[in-house]
Design a protein around this ligand. Structure first.
Ligand code: PGA
Length: 255
């Protein structure tokens, strides 16, 4: 399988610098295997990006991600962080449209389209999050809901821009709740997402896209979820704050 398998940590708004460094020291002390088509990505708070980037020098297939960026290029936006700033300190990935950003910071599909455009312009790779809330899942309309998120934020892109793109499917009802989607539910939605891209962009583009699952991934369930044919790894919150858990999740990636 050629497309990338990715274990991405999302620390969210947790840990001091000292705690983060201690976590990484513990993580790097545990043997993890990252093959040619596998990556670990650390989604860490803005203030620590440079320090952590320095810590990764000489390590293979481990990258850093910002958890957000602003939707404008530069200027009088006090307190915001631009994509160009992230590029200038060597950030590799940007997590975009996490459900917490959509919910608490009113990020819309069209604002996310602007963020995606800026990331691609500056050579940063988006990890584009999508996923439905519980009421939508209960109404059975999750497929069209997620499809709309993808269409409104990504369907203006060219096939070249979407080749090797990274999507994270995170059902909101499974985030931080300990309630994981079953591996069948994950596979079903991942296959749907891939078919949405295939219908517009063709199979070659759709097959190149890494689709990560997020929502209460932990060492105990990672292998089964990542083992599904259309699941290409995970975006991991709570369990990424525990070195042994995240190391085991890295080691659960498909070869
Ligand atoms: P969780 O978070 O692993 O704590 O459920 C996942 C996420 O929100 O990215």
């Amino acid at each position: 399988m050629m497309r990338k398998q990715i274990a991405a940590a999302n620390w969210k708004m947790n840990l001091t610098l000292a705690q983060g460094e201690a976590l990484l020291n513990d993580l790097f002390a545990i043997p993890t295997e990252l093959g040619e088509n596998q990556e670990a990505v650390l989604g860490i708070p803005f203030p620590y990006l440079t320090t952590v980037k320095d810590k990764l020098s000489g390590k293979q297939n481990i990258y850093i991600a910002a958890q957000n960026c602003y939707s404008k290029r530069s200027g009088a936006y006090t307190g915001e962080v631009s994509v160009e700033m992230l590029q200038s300190i060597g950030v590799d990935y940007v997590i975009l449209g996490h459900s917490e950003r959509r919910e608490y910071f009113n990020e819309s599909n069209s604002m996310l389209a602007d963020k995606v455009n800026l990331c691609l312009e500056f050579g940063l790779k988006p990890i584009f999050c999508c996923g439905e809330a519980l009421d939508i899942r209960e109404a059975g309309t999750q497929n069209s809901y997620v499809e709309t998120q993808l269409i409104e934020s990504l369907f203006h892109l060219t096939p070249e821009q979407l080749t090797n793109f990274v999507i994270a499917y995170e059902p909101i009802w499974a985030i931080g709740t300990g309630k994981t989607a079953s591996s069948e539910q994950a596979q079903e939605m991942h296959a749907h997402i891939r078919s949405v891209f295939a219908a517009k962009y063709g199979n070659a583009v759709a097959d190149s896209i890494s689709i990560l699952y997020g929502g209460s991934v932990k060492a105990a369930n990672a292998k089964e979820i990542f083992g599904q044919p259309d699941v290409d790894g995970g975006l991991v919150g709570g369990a990424s704050l525990i070195a042994e858990e995240f190391a085991a999740i890295i080691n659960s990636l498909k070869k």
